[in-house]
Design a protein around this ligand. Structure first.
Ligand SMILES: NC(=O)c1ccc[n+]([C@@H]2O[C@H](COP(=O)([O-])OP(=O)(O)OC[C@H]3O[C@@H](n4cnc5c(N)ncnc54)[C@H](OP(=O)(O)O)[C@@H]3O)[C@@H](O)[C@H]2O)c1
Length: 178
């Protein structure tokens, strides 16, 4: 297991923190999907069973897919399946070390973001300029613990239902002076 592998959350959230509705995404953001693919390719990705089942194509190619479920008999063809977050992250880090990947991504949904946020090193947050109804939310983040280290704006149109910005946030190290 390599200590320098960053645990990253990648998520798109609305201004009301909604990330999903009825098991699906509440928007179509072509440029964000392209960013997601570019960012995660070559890296292990960890997701909940519901997000796995929501994927249009399973597994996502070019990435080790890791699925969390409490069902020991669950069969996710083309993916590794774990029943604890520690086992899922250990497996992901081991794969990353073996394949020289410098990141492991947690790709959702709400349940798995909640487990991962307390130990995440980096967040890739797509802030969607909309407030749709939904039943899945991104957990509250404590702004004091995070520093924005990158941001890019995208306009609505051309396959993007809404305008959005993609922000990169890095955890402020405990050793950083105030
Ligand atoms: N906007 C975004 O960036 C984004 C990204 C991903 C997903 N989403 C959306 O989020 C929604 C899904 O989120 P969700 O919270 O409902 O589902 P989820 O996090 O994808 O999956 C939940 C499932 O994960 C398993 N699980 C959760 N905690 C566990 C634990 N501690 N140990 C073992 N297994 C555990 C359980 O599976 P079992 O029931 O099989 O035991 C649980 O039902 C969908 O609407 C999806 O489209 C949005």
């Amino acid at each position: 297991m390599s200590a320098h592998v960053k645990l990253c959350l990648i998520a798109a959230r609305a201004s009301n923190n909604v990330i999903g509705s009825g098991g699906d995404l509440p928007w179509r953001l072509k440029s964000d999907l392209a960013f997601f693919k570019k960012a995660t390719l070559g890296c292990p990705i960890i997701m909940g069973r519901k997000t796995w089942e929501s994927l249009p194509v399973r597994p996502l190619k070019g990435r080790e897919n890791i699925v969390m479920t409490r069902d020991w008999a669950y069969n996710a063809e083309g993916a590794r399946v774990y029943s604890s977050f520690a086992a899922a992250t250990n497996s992901a880090r081991a794969v990353a070390a073996r394949t020289d990947a410098d990141k492991v991504f947690v790709i959702g949904g709400e349940a798995i973001y909640k487990l991962a946020l307390p130990i995440a090193d980096r967040l890739y947050l797509t802030e969607v300029d909309a407030a749709p109804d939904g039943d899945a939310h991104f957990p509250e983040i404590d702004a004091k613990q995070w520093k924005e280290t990158g941001a890019e704006q995208f306009e609505a149109g051309e396959g993007n239902d809404f305008a959005f910005s993609i922000r990169q946030l890095d955890r402020i190290s405990a050793f950083t002076s105030p």
